[in-house]
Design a protein around this ligand. Structure first.
Ligand code: OGA
Ligand code: MN
Length: 271
């Protein structure tokens, strides 16, 4: 296995023997590299669904979406993706499963159909370990103890700013969470827990809290913390969902762009 940095702080391109990739021979190394580099690109893999699942099981447990789906279609076309409406939230910086008590450990995508030339649809991943690390000591001190309410309503309002009552009630029927703004991980590196799911900062004046969330999101998504993945046929992309923010760059809702996605069950609650 050989890894090359894509940028100084985030993203690596990994070449690995296909049989070794599938067998889990380097599972430990891949997981360590994932925490270190936030996002790993495996070019030219052309994985089948079964191969993607086989690899996924070497580094964790597969999260069953909707109770039984091992893989999801990521597309903005409702004919291909029953949850296309919710998927539109992916155009904004977010963490997968931030509304769950234990957010997903990692997310992986295999490209099935590339977006058309000039359509957009890159995937961007920001390293929030590095972003936290670079905050001033004063900021780090000020963030201690701050908690944020996360919910689906927050991210869906970005997609549909003026919902019907019926729609609002549907969003509100999903779980919401209170998470610390700074996630203290077992491995020792803290990260910022931010993104589209943030509804408000608890116990803070709403406008002040919104300003704080906005400032930290601006900070965390500066170019030096972001890896931008430009998709090529056969690519497999894996990211550490617990120490990153990610989003899809805007692309047309009727694009043929299609990803096959698997997420791993979180292994660490946000204490
Ligand atoms: C996701 C996601 C981004 C993309 O699948 O969780 O946010 O680029 N995808 O499709
Ligand atoms: Mn996502």
């Amino acid at each position: 296995m050989k890894a090359i940095n894509a940028t100084p702080l985030v993203g690596s391109t990994v070449s690995i023997d296909r049989a070794d990739f599938l067998s889990g021979k380097y599972a430990e190394e891949i997981q360590a590299l994932l925490v270190e580099r936030s996002a790993l690109v495996f070019p030219n893999m052309h994985l089948s669904d079964d191969e993607q699942l086989q690899f996924a099981r070497t580094i964790g447990d597969i999260h069953l979406v909707g109770g039984d789906a091992l893989l999801q279609n990521i597309s903005m076309d409702p004919k291909v993706n029953r949850s296309a409406d919710y998927t539109r939230g992916a155009f904004y910086w977010h963490i997968d499963g931030a509304n769950d008590p234990v957010p997903a450990k990692a997310t992986m995508l295999s490209v099935r159909t590339l977006p058309a030339e000039g359509e957009g649809g890159d995937t961007l991943i920001a390293n929030t370990y590095a972003a936290y690390q670079d905050l001033s000591d004063e900021d780090k001190k000020a963030l201690e103890g701050i908690r944020v309410r996360h919910c689906l309503e927050a991210s869906q309002r970005l997609v549909r700013p003026q919902p019907s009552l019926h729609e609002l009630e549907r969003w509100q029927s999903y779980p919401a969470q209170s998470h610390p703004l700074v996630w203290q991980h077992k491995h020792g590196k803290p990260s910022l827990l931010l993104g589209a799911s943030c509804f408000y900062v608890e116990g803070m004046d709403l406008a002040e809290g919104n300003k704080l969330l906005c400032r930290l999101l601006d900070w965390s998504t500066q170019p030096q913390y972001v890896y931008r993945h430009r998709w090529q046929a056969g690519d497999f992309l894996l990211w550490d969902n617990t120490g990153t923010l990610h989003r899809a760059a805007e692309y047309p809702l009727d694009s043929k762009r299609l990803m096959r996605r698997t997420t791993l069950v979180g292994e660490e609650s946000v204490a």
